[in-house]
Design a protein around this ligand. Structure first.
Ligand SMILES: [Zn+2]
Length: 264
């Protein structure tokens, strides 16, 4: 493994975490939320079950994250947990600790399990997760599924995709990781691509992608969309884009150009 790459990824992860944790953005307070990135292997190939990734330590604040609040973990033991059937909380805790490459490092977030899974998908290098006030107003309401399935303006499609995955409320930790996998696999088999946004009912938002910019853009656009949605709902809406218009925007070459320009 190239230690320069690990260093560069750690610095970029700190920058992304501080952006996600900015107080004025109201995406996360105290120890809420987390961010992660896979660590490139020597050959630059995809990191699968034997991969490593960097993630925020449990209980640290995104907005003030420092280098000692980032933990390097092995994906393998966490992915094995997801396939092992029912496991008690003590065993999950023990595996979280065992997954650290440096056994003196801080404890990784319990949400490290779903980060390990999402980072194992081809094309996913970065994952961000927050509990935004704006989006959670909708995710804690009976209209969460509509918010996930429909789009209301073009830039939402560009940054967040044609549709988001909605995961019904699930106990955070191993069970949630398994439900996220179920939702993502359903999305991938229906659409042939990774989702850009996963919405967790009564919990929060996950954005994922090839770059740190894609993760931040998806998160900020979801927040903007939620704010517009609430205003439109108060006025009798929202008015949803037609499915054909959503597909047209997602397929437009000028939008693909814009996505590349924004490094999404
Ligand atoms: Zn969370």
């Amino acid at each position: 493994m190239d230690s320069v790459s690990v260093h560069a990824r750690r610095e970029a992860l700190l920058a992304l975490s501080r952006e996600l944790g900015r107080e004025d953005r109201k995406l996360a307070i105290l120890g809420e939320g987390n961010a992660s990135t896979r660590v490139p292997t020597g050959g630059g190939g995809p990191v699968m079950a034997d991969g490593r990734f960097l993630i925020k330590a449990s209980g640290r604040s995104l907005g003030t994250l420092a280098a000692d609040g980032v933990v390097l973990c092995e994906s393998g033991p966490l992915l094995d947990l997801m396939n092992a059937g029912s496991i008690d909380d003590e065993r999950v805790d023990a595996v979280l600790l065992e997954s650290r490459v440096d056994q003196g490092a801080a404890k990784p977030s319990v949400e490290a399990i779903f980060h390990a899974y999402l980072l194992s998908l081809a094309g996913v290098e970065w994952v961000g997760h927050t509990h935004p006030v704006s989006v959670n107003r909708i995710l804690c309401s009976p209209r969460a599924a509509e918010f996930a399935m429909r789009r209301i303006f073009p830039d939402e499609v560009v940054c967040c995709g044609e549709e988001s995955v909605l995961v019904p409320y699930t106990d955070p930790g191993l069970k949630l990781a398994i439900e996220i996998r179920r939702g993502v696999e359903g999305f991938r088999s229906a659409r042939g691509t990774n989702p850009r946004v996963i919405l967790l009912e009564s919990h929060g938002v996950i954005t994922l992608g090839r770059t740190d910019s894609a993760v931040l853009a998806g998160m900020l656009m979801m927040q903007k969309s939620a704010e517009i949605w609430m205003g439109a709902a108060a006025l009798g809406g929202p008015v949803f884009l037609d499915e054909s218009d959503v597909r047209r925007i997602a397929g437009r070459t000028d939008e693909h150009y814009r996505q590349r320009a924004l490094n999404l």
